[in-house]
Design a protein around this ligand. Structure first.
Ligand code: ZN
Length: 160
């Protein structure tokens, strides 16, 4: 036999159930207003990447790392993307290269025609140098390519 307080409990549960259903409908309407969700991250705006470099896809530590979704760039939506961090990163690296090169040109006096041939000579001398160390080799190649670039007659209006 059902006691009166059981009826009260059932009525309470029915009210709670209706409240929850209303809340689900409200959340579904909010989601619809936000647009379609990003297929890549399923709307979470985050992804698990294979190494610690995450969206950079460069060398990184060997551990699965969570990072911002590279498809929607943090919005979780397919129709609106956040700022493209990879493009910002590339632009920043480009600016850094340009500033460094200008500083080096200034320090070497690369604007003087008497200096330019020496830069080309140094570049030619280190062109075939091989280093045992990967980073030393990479640095040597970078210096050589910058020296070669600076040894050339600047184009009008290029600033270097
Ligand atoms: Zn996404």
């Amino acid at each position: 036999m059902t006691a009166p307080r059981d009826y009260d409990a059932i009525a309470d549960m029915q009210r709670d159930n209706e409240t929850l259903r209303a809340r689900v409908r409200e959340l579904e309407r909010d989601l619809e207003k936000r647009g379609s969700r990003c297929e890549r991250c399923k709307g979470t705006a985050r992804l698990l990447y294979g190494n610690t470099s995450t969206w950079r896809h460069s060398m990184g530590g060997a551990s699965i790392t969570e990072g911002i979704c590279e498809a929607c760039w943090g919005t979780g939506r397919s129709d609106i993307t956040g700022p493209d961090l990879r493009a910002i990163d590339a632009h920043e690296a480009q600016l850094e290269r340009e500033v460094s090169e200008r500083w080096l040109a200034w320090r070497l006096g690369a604007s003087f025609s008497s200096v330019r041939p020496h830069l080309a000579t140094i570049a030619a001398r280190i062109k075939h140098k091989r280093a045992d160390d990967f980073w030393l080799q990479r640095c040597t190649e970078t210096v050589r390519s910058v020296l070669e670039h600076l040894s050339k007659e600047p184009e009008k209006g290029s600033g270097t």
